[in-house]
Design a protein around this ligand. Structure first.
Ligand code: AMP
Length: 223
């Protein structure tokens, strides 16, 4: 099974993606993570990409597109969940062309819908438990509100990630995501149109739901 997943930063895309990946044993291909590996490994590609990533800009298409297409080829033979790509119209079209040329089916496209203000608050409301990073705490989500200023799971100390508190950086990322003309939503809608012609299936999820309710809806719709 081959899947694309779209959702703004703060929509729970990572959490849902992990669940789907595990259930269907898919290679999780995340463009951002591939860049981070290159940067960590000090490769030429990593050096080129770093300045863009540090500024919160998109890495140019002539670097990103071949990198992702090669990873799909090398790691995706048994099915993939592609996350973080495509992020603009050019990438959407190139991916479509590459899949068509290689005769690869795109089974599902998932979009997690979340209003921009809500996504921003969710990012700014995230709190990290010092005892365990996986304990979910968010001051703006009722289901996972901290217990006072302590972790709701274990009572541990909480802190906020500095990049989660940088409103400018969050706005920049969301400007790209919510751009329906050439940005990430434009890329998502490109696939939504293809789904109307039967070329793939498009699943829309209400990101305002709880993690469990979104998961149940999603797994119910995947064959
Ligand atoms: P992420 O982990 O998805 O937030 O990605 C981290 C950074 O990697 C982004 O802010 C971009 O600078 C870069 N990046 C990831 N995916 C892409 C993409 N599809 N096109 C261009 N740049 C990307």
């Amino acid at each position: 099974m081959n899947i694309l997943i779209f959702g703004p930063n703060g929509s729970g895309k990572g959490t849902q993606g992990d669940l789907v990946k595990q259930k269907y044993q898919l290679a999780h291909i995340e463009s951002g993570a591939i860049f981070r590996e290159h940067i960590g490994g000090g490769t030429e590609l990593g050096k080129k990409a770093k300045a863009y990533i540090d500024r919160g800009d998109l890495v140019p298409d002539d670097i990103t597109i071949p990198m992702v297409l090669e990873t799909l080829q090398s790691k995706g033979a048994k099915g993939w969940l592609l996350d973080g790509f495509p992020r603009n119209m050019v990438q959407a079209e190139k991916l479509y062309d590459a899949l068509k040329a290689a005769n690869i089916e795109l089974d599902y496209v998932i979009e997690i819908l979340l209003p921009r203000e809500v996504a921003k608050n969710r990012i700014m409301g995230r709190r990290l438990c010092k005892t365990n990073n996986n304990h979910p705490n968010n001051i703006f989500i009722d289901a996972i509100k901290p217990d006072g200023d302590k972790c709701r799971v274990c009572g541990g100390e909480l802190s906020a990630r500095s990049d989660d508190q940088d409103e400018g950086a969050i706005n920049k990322r969301h400007d790209i995501y919510y751009d329906t003309k050439t940005g990430t939503l434009a890329a998502a809608y490109f696939y939504k149109e293809l789904a109307k012609k039967g070329a793939t299936k498009y699943i829309e999820l209400d990101g305002l739901g709880t993690i469990d309710s979104i998961k149940d809806t999603l797994l119910g719709q995947l064959a």
